[in-house]
Design a protein around this ligand. Structure first.
Ligand code: PLP
Length: 394
C-alpha cells in the first residue's frame, strides 16, 4: 500500500486550503473582469472584490486600506521596498542596515545596491551558545544607525530557525530617528499575531502561499502616514496600485490571499498552541529515538520566541541529505527551498557559528494546518529507523 507522503515543509510552501480555493474559483470564470475596466459591470465586480480583499487584509494586520499594495509575492515586495526606497531621490542617503540571516529575497537586492555603491551594514546574530540564538544585538543596531541611513530591513521571523527578531524595539529606534523600517514578514503573517502599529514598521512584505493561499500573489504594506517615505516603482505601465506596481491585478489570487489570511487570523488562537504541541511532540520523539539530536535556534522550552510550527535540528554524525533520501515518505528540507537554485550550506546556520558537519547534518521541519499527531509519530519512526540503518552502515 502506497503510504501518503507526510508534508513537513510548510516553510517552503503550503497546501492551499480548500476554503480558499472555493473563494477564488468564481474569479476565474464568472467574475472574470479586469479590475481596471471601469466601463462595465464585470470590471466593477472585479474591482469591488479587490477592494474588499484590501480592506480585509488591512484590518488583519492593523493597517489602513490604502497602505496595502498587491504584488506577485514576497520576493517582489522585498525588492520594491528595498530598491524602491533607496533608489528614490528623496532617500535619506546611501546607507542601508540589515542582518546576515535574511532571506535571499532581501540579501540579493542588498547585494545589488552594494554593487551600485550603496553602503550596506549587515549585522551579525547571536550564536548557538547564546541565550537567544539568531537574535540581532540591539546595541549594535543602535550604533550602526546614521543620519544617512536610508533604510533598515530586518525580517520578523526566520525561515530556517523560526526565531523572531525584536521588531517593536527596532521600530522604536528607527521611528525616533525617522529612518524607514522594512520587515520581511513572509514567515510570520498568518502564523503569529502581526500588527504593523505595534511593530512600528513602515514597510512589510507578505506572501499568500506561506499561509495556505495561492502562489504568485503577495502584498507590501506601505505606511502612507509617513509622508517622507517615497518609493520608486520597479514595474511601470498601466499605473495600477497608485502607480507603485503596474500590471493587471491578479483578482483570484488577491481574493485567495485575503481569504487565506482571514482564516489564519480566525483560527490563530487554537492553531498556535496546536502547532506548538506537535512541534514539541516531534522534538521529544526525535530526541528519544535518535542519539545526539541537537536543536538549531532558540529554545521555546525556556521561553525564547520561535514560530510555533518551526523545528530545525542537527542529527549528530549523520548527513541530512542522506537521511532525507532514506525517508522518501517525508517532505523535509535541509535549508531554504528558495536557495535550491544555489545549494550552498545554510547561511543562517553558518551565522550561528555552525561548522560544516553541523550544517550538513541539519534538517528543517515546517508544520502546518494539515499535519496531525499520527503523522508526527510516523515521521519520528521513519527517521529513527533510517538513522539506525545509516549508523549501522546499512
Ligand atoms: C522569509 C522569506 N522571504 C521571502 C520569500 C519569498 O517569497 P515568495 O515565494 O512569495 O517570493 C520566502 C519564501 O521562501 C521567505 O521564506
Amino acid at each position: 500500500m502506497r503510504l501518503s507522503p507526510i508534508y513537513l515543509d510548510n516553510h517552503a510552501t503550503t497546501r492551499v486550503d480548500p476554503r480558499v480555493v472555493a473563494a477564488m474559483l468564481p474569479y476565474f470564470d464568472v467574475c472574470y473582469g479586469n479590475a481596471g475596466s471601469i466601463t462595465h459591470a464585470w470590471g466593477n465586480e472585479a474591482r469591488n472584490a479587490v477592494e474588499v480583499a484590501r480592506t480585509s487584509i488591512a484590518a488583519d494586520i492593523g493597517a489602513e486600506d490604502r497602505d496595502i499594495i498587491f504584488t506577485s509575492g514576497a520576493t517582489e515586495s522585498n525588492n520594491l521596498a528595498i530598491l524602491g526606497t533607496v533608489d528614490n531621490p528623496r532617500a535619506r542617503g546611501k546607507h542601508v542596515i540589515s542582518v546576515t540571516t535574511e532571506h535571499r529575497a532581501v540579501l540579493d537586492p542588498l547585494q545589488k545596491l552594494a554593487r551600485a555603491g550603496v553602503e550596506v551594514t549587515r549585522l551579525t546574530v547571536a550564536p548557538h551558545s547564546a541565550t537567544n540564538p539568531g537574535c540581532l544585538d540591539l546595541q549594535e543596531l543602535e550604533q550602526a544607525l546614521r543620519p544617512d541611513t536610508a533604510l533598515v530591513t530586518v525580517m520578523l521571523a526566520n525561515n530556517e530557525i523560526g526565531n523572531l527578531q525584536p521588531l517593536a524595539l527596532i521600530g522604536s529606534l528607527c521611528r525616533d530617528r525617522q529612518i524607514p523600517l522594512h520587515t520581511d514578514a513572509t514567515q510570520a503573517v498568518g502564523k503569529i499575531p502581526v500588527d504593523v502599529r505595534t511593530l512600528k514598521v513602515d514597510l512589510m512584505s507578505f506572501s499568500a502561499h506561506k499561509l495556505h493561499g495561492p502562489k504568485g500573489v503577495g502584498g507590501l504594506y506601505i505606511r502612507r502616514q509617513n509622508r517622507s517615505l517615497r518609493l520608486t516603482p520597479m514595474l511601470v505601465g498601466g499605473g495600477q496600485e497608485w502607480g507603485l506596481r503596474s500590471g493587471t491585478l491578479n483578482v483570484p489570487g488577491i481574493v485567495g490571499l485575503a481569504e487565506a489570511l482571514r482564516l489564519c487570523m480566525n483560527e490563530l488562537p487554537s492553531e498556535m498552541p496546536r502547532l506548538a504541541e506537535l512541534r514539541a511532540r516531534l522534538f521529544q520523539g526525535l530526541e528519544a529515538a535518535i542519539p545526539d539530536v541537537r536543536l538549531n535556534g532558540p529554545d521555546w522550552r525556556v521561553g525564547h520566541s520561535r514560530l510555533p510550527g518551526n523545528l530545525n535540528v542537527a542529527f549528530g554524525g549523520l548527513d541530512g541529505e542522506t537521511l532525507m533520501l532514506h525517508t522518501p515518505e517525508l517532505a523535509l528540507a535541509s535549508g531554504s527551498a528558495c536557495s535550491a537554485a544555489h545549494p550552498e550550506p545554510s547561511h543562517v546556520l553558518r551565522a550561528l557559528g555552525s561548522d560544516d558537519d553541523r550544517i550538513r547534518s541539519s534538517l528543517r521541519f515546517g508544520l502546518g494546518r494539515f499535519n496531525t499527531a499520527d503523522e508526527i509519530d510516523r515521521a519520528v519512526q521513519l527517521l529513527g529507523d533510517a538513522a539506525a540503518r545509516l549508523r549501522e552502515g546499512l
